[in-house]
Structures are given as structure tokens and as C-alpha cells.
Write a protein that binds this ligand. Structure first.
Ligand code: ATP
Ligand code: NCN
Length: 200
């Protein structure tokens, strides 16, 4: 009897903060690609993020746990948060594969992030470690060249023009982030006074 090979989505992100764009992308990927689970992996120290003073990994991890808690298919992994040094997807995929031997991994990213994938660390190794899923994102049209045939699937998701940058700017100005991020994340941001006094 053949055993079911678990189909696992891996949604990596800085999640500073996690917002409904991330959650809709993961949910839609899970439905369309028939994933058994989507593992959210907050970055430890993102290698390419430009904004000053990225919020501590522990805050970003906890906001991700709060945002995903109600969905039985969503989990959160600490592999990137706990690994010292800069975060690279090649390391993320090795660690997730070790935790879930034999799983069929699908790395989910927005079209904007995927366009830079050839500049990621050990890019040529990534294709054999996971399938890559580029979700559509308002304001970005995907153009990836020079990737192996069949390595990337483009997925149309309901457009939500939400970004973490905008959420941080709103919180800094004292404007509402209700309904852009889950309710528990709104409350977490207020409780810990995140994003006040930052300058982009
Ligand atoms: N609204 C959205 N729709 C679809 N994909 C998204 C959306 N927002 C973010 N993503 C994707 O989710 C992944 C993680 O995103 P990230 O945590 O960097 O959020 P972000 O909103 O892009 O942050 P920032 O504004 O700080 O750059 C990336 O691959 C990104 O492209
Ligand atoms: O491996 C790399 O070199 C690399 C470079 C930039 C981004 N990534 C990954 O892409 C995901 C989205 O990153 P970001 O910075 O847009 O939040 C996250 O999982 C990062 O670890 C990975």
C-alpha cells in the first residue's frame, strides 16, 4: 500500500507584522495546491530587509502564532528564529525537511520576493529542495527568467493591497490597523507599543 507523502507549504517572511495578505496567500495556496499543512517561518535576521530596526524575532514570532492559532492547518516554526546569523531559505528548507522527512515541500512567496530568487544564497540548490509558489501581489507582475522549467508555479490569490511597511507606518502615526491585521495582532502591537518612534 503506498503511503501518502505529506504536502507541506512553507511560508517564509519577516512578518513585521503579519497581515491578512500573508494569511490569504497561505490559505489560498493550501486550497489550490491541496496542502496538508502550511508552516509559517518568521525570519531570524532577514538578509535583504532594508527598514531600520526590524522588530525583535520573538515579537514577530509571537504575532505569527497569534495570527495563525485558529487555523488547524497552519503551524509556526522557530527554525529561522533560533538559528544564529542571517536567515537564508536554503537553511530553512534543510531544517523543515529534517523535521518532516519525506514531505513534499512548497515554498510560498509573493511575486515581488520571488523575482529576486536568483540572488538568494545557493539559489541553484533550492530547486531540488522544494517547489516554489509565487502568489500574485497587487502592484507586481511576475517576471522570473532563468529558473528551471516547472520549478515555479504562479498562483492567483485574491488581491489585498496590504504591506507590513504600511501597517508599521499607520501604527507609528497612531492610525488604525484594524482589519489589516488579525484582531489579536492589533492588540499585541498596542500592548507592546510596537512601531512607535520608528522612522522608515
Ligand atoms: N498583500 C500580499 N499579497 C500577497 N503576498 C504578500 C502580501 N504581502 C506580503 N506577501 C508575501 O509574503 C512574504 C512575506 O512577506 P513580508 O513579511 O516581507 O511582508 P511585506 O508586507 O512584503 O513586508 P514589508 O512591507 O516590510 O516589505 C513575501 O514573499 C511577500 O511577497
Ligand atoms: O535565501 C536567501 O538568500 C533569501 C533572501 C531574501 C529572502 N529570503 C526569504 O524570502 C522570504 C521572504 O523574505 P522577506 O525578506 O521578503 O520577508 C523569507 O522566508 C526569507 O528568508 C531568502
Amino acid at each position: 500500500m503506498s503511503q501518502h507523502r505529506p504536502r507541506i507549504g512553507v511560508m517564509g517572511g519577516t512578518f513585521d507584522p503579519i497581515h491578512h495578505g500573508h494569511l490569504v496567500a497561505a490559505s489560498e495556496a493550501a486550497a489550490q495546491l491541496e496542502l496538508d499543512e502550511v508552516v509559517f517561518v518568521p525570519t531570524g535576521r532577514p538578509s535583504l530587509k532594508q527598514h531600520p530596526g526590524v522588530t525583535s524575532a520573538e515579537h514577530r514570532y509571537l504575532m505569527t502564532v497569534i495570527a495563525t492559532a485558529s487555523n488547524p492547518r497552519f503551524t509556526v516554526s522557530r527554525v529561522d528564529v533560533d538559528r544564529p546569523g542571517l536567515t537564508y531559505t536554503v537553511d530553512t528548507l534543510v531544517d523543515i525537511q529534517r523535521e518532516r522527512p519525506g514531505a513534499d515541500l512548497h515554498f510560498i512567496t509573493g511575486a515581488d520576493a520571488l523575482e529576486q530568487i536568483l540572488q538568494w544564497k545557493d539559489a541553484d540548490q533550492l530547486w531540488s529542495m522544494a517547489h516554489f509558489v509565487a502568489v500574485t501581489r497587487p502592484g507586481h507582475t511576475l517576471s522570473v527568467e532563468h529558473v528551471p522549467v516547472g520549478a515555479v508555479t504562479q498562483l492567483e490569490v485574491p488581491a489585498l493591497a496590504i504591506s507590513s511597511t504600511d501597517c508599521r507606518a499607520r501604527a507609528e502615526r497612531g492610525e488604525p490597523v484594524w482589519y489589516l491585521v488579525p484582531d489579536g495582532v492589533v492588540q499585541y502591537i498596542a500592548k507592546h507599543n510596537l512601531y512607535r518612534g520608528h522612522h522608515e
